[in-house]
Design a protein around this ligand. Structure first.
Ligand code: ADP
Length: 626
């Protein structure tokens, strides 16, 4: 029979897996058992909502068996099974979403990272086997099919025979090599150990026929082997075990298995609530963002269980968007198994649980910030954008809940600080919380507007992410101190004398400034200022839209034409002012050139594009070659 090829990316991934770049081969068993457990969950849930499907809960199970002579290990379940099409689409493709961008010069660790992001799943079985045979009969079909593959070459699917609904997976275990003893997966003791270690919490029994070596006659030292079917797992879901009986490693293993992560979680949050609605929740904050986290494809949600039975894999209503990175499970006896998902989502119990969970996560993050700042910063660097987005999203309804979790880079401390820390350190005469935005810390550092504020020894929060300014604008104020952009036209940091001097310079040169403004379509005003220390020019803005915000609007697909109202400020104390005044009197042509060049300089400093770069560079050359 002709072999079907794996999708090309799958092939590459398989190749890597078979060449065992994944060091822990043991995990293949937990992956297969976990798939079986999901299939059992699915079948049971179907039986509750579809009267045609009859299932006895206590008959649902997973079986392990091995044959040393033939070197096979078989994992069987009586779950929902797979149709021919499902075998094809579920097992014929790895990396269903996104693409695996392996690059030539990537290190092994980087490759593992990528593989890990997709979850190794079923394919991990190729780490220990040369051939995999899957016989499956779906609950929705009368026929069974056999899927078979020896790895990268492809797979075949043909009709098969199977009495009951479910799936049987047989692995032909690899021959031992100098580096690895694959035969251990054909040992009762080893299999028992692996199930206990990785799959103990699985809610269905994992059974295996075990041999007991019993002494039948003490005197003669006679032994007899008896065989007995044993359940290898305790079946108590990890979240139902008393906390003291669960180690950190247990939590980590559960997390990695259940949520297909290759790394331990950053934080485990477990909570048990008794009240009008009782529930247990086991939540995890991942240590890194899932590969698709910042894409449309990412689905938030917690797995929802009703007394140990999974009702929904991802219940989105349990998490607000700003905590969408949280993974975990919620188990409540108060949720009815027999109502439709739509009704469930409307239930008051679910709403109450969601509210509690939101506040639990928030409190945990607050205490992490207080007690383990390093860990919090690691968290914030990964998911902070989501929190900042949460501040202004939804008409800023949640800003008060989140504002104390937000951090920005402090110019003074050269590290992240909270808004509250900024306010506590404010100088006595300081009116506002100053911030500056730009593409990077270095770029903001060199902004002309930053100088004046830093000279007063006021700290400045540096906003480098596109959400930052929207976040700050939504928060508006903290402890009655308002946020102020250092690029705001009206910073009001000058002394009375300086103000007078500036006013006079502007009045005396009003014709010159008006003339400049008329030449520059995009600015609403040109003025002399005292704000700048060493720089000749800068752009400031009036009103709510800053230059950085305008850049975000410009980058949006549906450009709404929202523009910042800009002012070109010229440093009155800089020699260029004198030059301008001279030229204005003596050489209007030259004056126009200077106007254009200075405006382009200001745009450049603000990180704005220059529409006519060729013209400007020609002008600069003309001027400097004189
Ligand atoms: P994942 O479990 O992360 O989705 P896998 O590669 O492990 O990825 O499995 C792919 C899919 O194959 C599963 O999502 C499931 O639909 C199906 N599948 C795997 N094993 C079984 C099984 N024992 N019974 C029914 N379906 C299964």
């Amino acid at each position: 029979m002709a072999k079907k090829a794996f999708k090309s990316e799958s092939k590459r991934l398989l190749d890597l897996m078979i060449n065992s770049i994944y060091t822990n081969k043991d995990i293949f068993l937990r992956e297969l058992i976990s798939n079986s457990s999901d299939a059992l969950d699915k079948l049971y849930y179907r039986s509750l909502t579809d009267k045609k499907i009859k299932v006895k809960k206590d008959k649902l199970e997973i079986n392990l068996s091995f044959d040393k002579d033939n070197r096979t290990l078989t994992i069987t379940d009586n779950g929902c099974g797979m149709t021919k099409e499902e075998l094809e689409s579920n097992l014929g493709t790895i990396a269903k979403s996104g693409s695996l961008n392996f690059k030539e010069n990537m290190t092994k660790d980087e490759k593992i990272d990528i593989i890990g992001q997709f979850g190794v799943g079923f394919y991990s079985a190729f780490m220990v086997s040369d051939k995999i045979t899957v016989i499956s009969k779906s609950v929705d079909s009368d026929e069974a099919f056999i899927w078979e593959s020896e790895g990268v070459d492809g797979y075949t699917i043909k009709e098969g025979k199977k009495k009951d609904v479910g799936t049987e997976i047989t692995l032909k275990i690899k021959e031992d090599t100098e580096e690895y003893e694959y035969s251990k997966y054909l040992e009762e003791y080893e299999l028992k150990k692996l199930v206990k270690k990785y799959s103990d919490y699985i809610a269905f029994p994992i059974k295996m026929e075990c041999t007991h070596h019993e002494m039948v006659d003490e005197e003669k030292k006679e032994y007899k082997d008896t065989k007995e079917i044993e359940t290898l797992n305790s079946m108590v879901p990890i979240w139902k075990k008393p906390k003291k009986d669960v180690t950190e490693e247990d939590y980590n293993n559960f997390y990695m298995d259940k949520f297909s992560d290759y790394d331990n979680p950053l934080k485990v949050i477990s909570s048990s609530v008794e009240g009008i609605t009782s529930y247990k929740a086991l939540l995890f904050i991942p240590s890194h963002a899932p590969y698709d986290y910042y894409t449309q494809e990412y689905e938030k949600g917690l797995a929802l269980y009703s007394n140990g039975v999974m009702i929904m894999e991802k219940c989105a209503d349990l998490l607000p968007d700003y905590f969408s990175f949280v993974k975990g499970i919620v188990d409540s006896e108060d949720l009815s198994l027999n109502i439709s998902r739509e009704l469930l989502q409307e239930s008051q119990s679910l709403k109450l649980i969601a509210k509690n969970i939101e506040s639990k996560i928030r409190k945990e993050l607050e205490s992490m910030l207080k007690e383990d700042r390093e860990q919090y910063i690691s968290f914030f660097k990964t998911f902070g954008v989501q929190l900042k987005y949460g501040v202004y999203n939804n008409y800023a309804a949640d800003k008060d809940k989140l504002r104390d979790l937000i951090m920005f880079y402090s110019a003074k401390h050269k590290k992240l600080i909270t808004i509250s820390e900024y306010v506590q350190e404010m100088k006595e005469d300081q009116e506002s919380i100053y911030y500056a935005s730009g593409a990077s810390i270095e770029k903001i550092n060199s902004l002309p507007q930053v100088e004046q504020v830093r000279e007063k020894d006021y700290d400045i929060l540096y906003l480098t992410e596109y959400v930052d300014e929207f976040c700050v604008t939504a928060i508006q104020e903290y402890d009655s101190k308002k946020f102020k952009n250092v690029s705001d036209e009206n910073l009001d940091l000058e002394t009375e004398e300086e103000k007078e001097a500036t006013k006079k310079a502007n009045e005396d040169n009003s014709d010159l400034l008006k003339d400049m403004c008329e030449k520059l379509d995009e600015v609403s005003e040109v003025r002399f200022s005292n704000k700048l220390k060493t720089h000749p020019v800068c752009l400031t803005t009036k009103g709510d839209v800053s230059i950085e915000m305008q850049k975000v609007f410009d980058a949006m697909p549906n450009d709404m034409g929202i523009k910042a109202e800009t002012i070109l400020e010229i440093n009155e104390k800089h020699p260029i002012s004198k030059k301008l005044k001279n030229l204005y009197k003596k050489d209007k042509d030259e004056f126009d050139k200077y106007t254009k060049i200075l405006y382009s300089e200001a745009r450049m400093i603000a990180g704005l594009p220059i529409d006519n770069p060729t013209e400007i560079s020609k002008l600069i050359c003309e001027v400097i070659s004189k």
